[in-house]
Design a protein around this ligand. Structure first.
Ligand code: HEC
Ligand code: HEC
Length: 215
C-alpha cells in the first residue's frame, strides 16, 4: 500500500517539475524576482490590490490570501489563470483583467519581495501536523511537506508550481482545500491538488488549515 502511495507522489512531483521547469531563472539577482520587472512601479501599481491584500501583502481580509513572500512565478501564474478563466473568483477574475502583463510582473515581484508571511501559533494542531509531515499512505494522502517545503515555506522559488502556504490565512486555506476537493478549483498542474485533497475529511481540512496557518 505504501509503495502505491509513494509512486503516486513521485508521479505528481515529476509532472509538477516538468510543467514548471521552463520558468527557471536562476541567474536573477533577487531570489524571488522574475523577469525584468520593477519593484518601485510594482509598489505603486499594487495600490489597487492593497485594500484586500494589505500594503505589504499581509491581507486585511481573511478570505484574501497573504501575498507577502509568495513566489513571484506563482503569483503571476495565478493572475494569468484568473485572466484566462482557468481559475475563477467573483472578485479576482474581474480585478485580474484590469492589469496588463507588465503590471502583472511588477506587482508579482513587489509582493514576492516582502517579508514572508508568518503564522502566530506554530504546532497548533497535532492532527494537521501529522498529515502535513507524514500524509496517510493507505488513503493515498501524500505529505504536504513534500511539495510545499519545510513549514510550508515553499521549496522552488524559480518555478510557478509549489506555493508558500505556511502562515497563510486559515479561512483562505480552508476554502481552497474545499475547492480542490470539490473540483471548483482545478488549475494545479496535472490536477495534482485535486487528487491530494480528494480523500480529506472536513475534520482533516479544518485541522490542516489550523496547523498550516500557524506556521
Ligand atoms: C476586493 C478584494 C480584492 C482585491 C482588490 C484584490 N484581490 Fe486578490 N484576492 C482576493 C480574494 C478574496 C482572493 C481569493 C480568491 C479565491 O478564493 O480563489 C484573492 C486571490 C488572489 C491571488 C491568488 C493567490 C494565491 O495564493 O493563490 C492573487 C495572486 C491575487 N489575489 C492578486 C491580486 C492582485 C495583484 C490584485 C491587484 C491588482 C488583487 N489581488 C486585488 C481579493 C482581492
Ligand atoms: C504533489 C505535490 C503536492 C502535494 C503533495 C501537496 N500539494 Fe498543495 N499544491 C501543489 C501545487 C502544485 C499547488 C499550486 C496549484 C496552482 O497552480 O494553483 C498547490 C496549492 C495548494 C494550496 C493553495 C495555495 C494558494 O495559495 O492558493 C493549498 C492550500 C495546498 N496546496 C494545500 C496542500 C495540503 C494541505 C497538502 C497536504 C495534504 C498539499 N497541499 C499537498 C502541490 C502539492
Amino acid at each position: 500500500m505504501f509503495g502505491i502511495a509513494k509512486n503516486f507522489v513521485t508521479v505528481f512531483i515529476a509532472v509538477g517539475l516538468l510543467s514548471g521547469s521552463a520558468a527557471y531563472a536562476a541567474s536573477d539577482v533577487l531570489k524571488l524576482r522574475m523577469g525584468a520587472g520593477n519593484l518601485g512601479t510594482g509598489k505603486s501599481k499594487s495600490e489597487l490590490c492593497q485594500g484586500c491584500h494589505g500594503e505589504v501583502g499581509i491581507s486585511v481580509d481573511e478570505m484574501a490570501p497573504n501575498l507577502a513572500g509568495q513566489y513571484a512565478y506563482y503569483i503571476a501564474k495565478e493572475l494569468r489563470d484568473f485572466q484566462s478563466g482557468a481559475r475563477t473568483h467573483e472578485i479576482m477574475s474581474p480585478v485580474a483583467t484590469t492589469i496588463n502583463e507588465a503590471e502583472l510582473i511588477d506587482i508579482a515581484n513587489f509582493f514576492a519581495n516582502q517579508k514572508i508571511m508568518q503564522g502566530d501559533h506554530p504546532g497548533g494542531n497535532p492532527e494537521g501536523e501529522r498529515i502535513f509531515l507524514k500524509g496517510d499512505a493507505p488513503r493515498k494522502i501524500p505529505a504536504c511537506e513534500t511539495c510545499h517545503g519545510v513549514n510550508g515555506k515553499g521549496k522552488a522559488p524559480y518555478i510557478s508550481t509549489y506555493p508558500v502556504i505556511g502562515g497563510q490565512n486559515k479561512e483562505y486555506l480552508r476554502a481552497q482545500l474545499l475547492n480542490w476537493r470539490s473540483g471548483k478549483r482545478a488549475n494545479s498542474p496535472g490536477g495534482m491538488m485535486n487528487m491530494v485533497a480528494k480523500p480529506l475529511t472536513n475534520a482533516e481540512i479544518e485541522a490542516l488549515a489550523e496547523y498550516i496557518s500557524g506556521l
